[in-house]
Ligand binder design. Structure first.
Ligand code: MN
Length: 245
């Protein structure tokens, strides 16, 4: 199983979640929300084979943590994965928009200068601006739009720009999320939990509950579950080959 966007460090007991993922043989991309979380969070994965850590600065924290950009730059050579980064256009984060844009652009510029990264990207209520920015910074790496919630037109544009997608149980619980997933190219989709932020039935999604996303994909793609699993595994393998990890 693959959880390509998970906040391992934010679960109440990160070590227990890590051990459970490890014993299940899961591949996990553990994303961070601030550069200052990098060292502690990457240490969680140190003794594991299949957990990778991404260096991030979440758009909802851009305003408070912009002063950590030098720290971001200093850690960037240590990883091939960047996330969670992006833009958030929800009303409560609108006031910080120009800071969010400055942070996102700074990160994309650094990624581009240093050979590109695999990037897990937040685009809530900001799909168009995220795509415009990715287009301007082409060469920053492979963008994986996590929990994409834009329009069909924006989805098609994202595909044309070379974006991948990670989809999880919370996204696929809704009709719109399922309709978007149905339209995504199957060779560009990975599963994610977005736990512990993402919830289903009032409970934080656990990494191994990506199983539910596989079931949902099997329904929306009208494919047997085993074929869906094969697609997702092949996709990850192709992504890693592309990024030589
Ligand atoms: Mn997240």
């Amino acid at each position: 199983m693959i959880d390509f966007h998970c906040h391992l460090d934010l679960y109440p007991d990160p070590l227990a979640i890590r051990d459970e993922c490890d014993s299940r043989g899961m591949y996990v991309l553990s994303v961070t929300t601030t550069p200052s979380a990098w060292q502690g969070t990457s240490a969680l994965a140190a003794q594991t084979k299949r957990i990778r850590t991404a260096l991030g600065l979440h758009p909802q924290l851009a305003h408070e943590r912009m002063n950590e950009l030098p720290l971001f730059d200093s850690y960037l050579p240590e990883t091939r994965y960047v996330g969670e980064i992006g833009l958030d256009g929800a009303p409560e984060f609108r006031r910080q928009w120009s800071t969010q844009v400055a942070v996102f652009e700074h990160i994309l510029a650094r990624c581009r200068e240093t050979g590109g990264r695999t990037m897990s990207i937040h685009s809530r209520r900001a799909s168009r601006a995220v795509l415009d920015t990715l287009e301007r910074f082409s060469g920053a790496g492979t963008p994986i739009l996590h929990w994409f919630s834009g329009s069909f037109g924006e989805l098609d544009r994202a595909v044309a720009l070379g974006c991948w997608f990670s989809v999880g149980p919370a996204m696929l619980a809704g009709e719109k999320g399922r309709a978007l997933a149905a339209r995504m190219p199957r060779e560009r989709v990975l599963t994610e939990s977005d736990g512990p932020f993402a919830q289903v039935n009032g409970e934080s999604v656990m990494p191994w509950q990506v199983e539910k996303a596989l079931d949902a994909l099997s329904t929306v793609w009208s494919l047997p579950s085993e074929e869906v699993r094969q697609y997702i595994r092949d996709n990850l393998r192709r992504l890693l080959e592309k990024n030589r990890d």
